[in-house]
Design a protein around this ligand. Structure first.
Ligand SMILES: Cc1ncc(COP(=O)(O)O)c(C=O)c1O
Length: 392
């Protein structure tokens, strides 16, 4: 008799990026000069304040369980951050610290979504959204752009049904790099407030923006913010992806309480060392964020310049994040096949657009060093123009 796994396990697909990553790693291990433009983390070194806090904490030899919803020191630091960036004062009972923004988001889905509930979000989307919604028992409802990479607020609103539990927004967006404008955010905030639908703002990239732009403040558009959940973390902001610290903030204390119970019964609490380091990063000098944005903006400009030399692709200028999402459908509409071809032929790893709900596109990261970006894109250009796959 075979040992049957759950239907839940059968429903959840492998991370679509795993195959490319595993192949890239194997090629690198075999001595091939692979360039990785598929990454999702800045190579920027950790802020000194965070590193010093880790050393001090380790030397204290006092590394224990922490309060399951986060230490008071970290909650206070998150509240100060939120007050500064959203001009809104939340209370200690309205914040939950988690193992990354991902766990914060997952806690929300577990706490809010019932079987049959729908969670609406635009494509292209972060690869994890559909699988996470399904894991929580919900149905992902993807709103695809009619052309280009943007969906209007009205198109999102039209996708809402009596089963909609939440709308999930990520701005600036992984993978498209665009910022959702004030009009979009105002419409969605007001609509969700009026209709008592949760609005989840995945703001993990909200400070990584270029050309002097800013992300609109969602807290400015509704009196009552009970329906809104702000998700953020230290991963992208400080290049501290390895700490695994993120958070959720909401005026809805019933929701934050339920999310905390999900966490208490799964991971118990966050890493003691990581929480101390996150406090130091948040309370320490913030020049590193400005420096990171300047490096990323420069990398973006280099990437755009190199991409402009490849014919027949469509590129939209990223306004934030460290991703560009480029239409390569002229060369091959099958993005998995194209990404595999580029890895094999050009030794460049990029992520197929299909994983983000947009076939024909490739996501190219610009968080690598400038030299890798230049060499990588030139290799892609050569591989496509010398012998294009897919018969074109
Ligand atoms: C849109 C988006 N949300 C959330 C996350 C998860 O961030 P964290 O490392 O804090 O879990 C990522 C990471 O790639 C992301 O791109």
């Amino acid at each position: 008799m075979s040992l049957l796994l759950s239907t839940r396990a059968a429903q959840i697909g492998d991370s679509p990026t795993l195959q490319i990553n595993a192949k890239a790693r194997a090629l690198k291990a075999a001595g091939q000069p692979v360039i990785h433009l598929g990454g999702g983390e800045p190579t920027y070194p950790a802020p000194k304040a965070a590193v010093e806090a880790i050393i001090q904490k380790a030397q204290s030899r006092n590394i224990k369980y922490t309060p399951s919803c986060g230490t008071p020191a970290l909650k206070k630091a998150v509240l100060a951050y939120t007050q500064q960036h959203y001009q809104h004062a939340f209370a200690m009972s309205q914040v939950l610290i988690s193992a990354g923004a991902k766990q914060a988001l997952f806690n929300f889905l577990l706490a809010a979504v019932q079987p049959g509930d729908e969670v609406v979000f635009p494509a292209p989307y972060w690869v994890s959204y559909p699988e996470m919604v399904k894991l929580a028992g919900g149905t992902p409802i993807v709103v695809k752009p009619r052309q280009g990479l943007r969906v209007s607020a009205q198109e999102i609103i039209k996708a809402v049904t009596p089963h909609t539990k939440a709308i999930l927004i990520n701005s600036p967006c992984n993978p498209a790099g665009h910022i959702l404008d004030e009009d979009f955010i105002r419409q969605i905030v007001r609509f969700t407030a009026d209709r008592h639908i949760f609005l989840v703002m995945d703001d993990i990239y909200h400070q990584l923006v270029f050309d002097g732009s800013r992300t609109p403040n969602p807290c400015a558009y509704a009196e009552d913010l009970h329906h809104m959940v702000l998700i953020n973390g230290v991963s992208k902001l400080y290049g501290l992806t390895g700490l695994r610290i993120g958070w959720a903030v909401s005026e809805n204390e019933e929701l934050i309480g339920a999310m905390g119970r999900m966490q208490a019964q799964s991971t118990s609490c966050n890493s003691d060392i990581s929480e101390v380091a996150a406090v130091a990063a948040l309370n320490g000098p913030q020049d590193c964020v400005k420096d990171l944005c300047a490096v990323l903006e420069d990398n973006r400009n280099t990437l755009l310049e190199e991409l402009s030399k490849i014919p027949h692709i469509r590129v939209e200028k990223p306004q934030g994040t460290f991703y560009s999402f480029v239409d390569f459908s002229h060369y091959n509409a099958d993005s998995n096949a194209l990404a595999a071809y580029l890895l094999e032929k050009a030794l460049v790893a990029v992520v197929p657009g299909k994983a983000f709900g947009a076939e024909g596109y490739l996501r190219i990261s610009f968080c690598a060093d400038k030299d890798s970006i230049i060499k990588g894109v030139r290799r892609i250009g050569r591989a496509l123009t010398e012998s294009a796959p897919g018969g074109k």
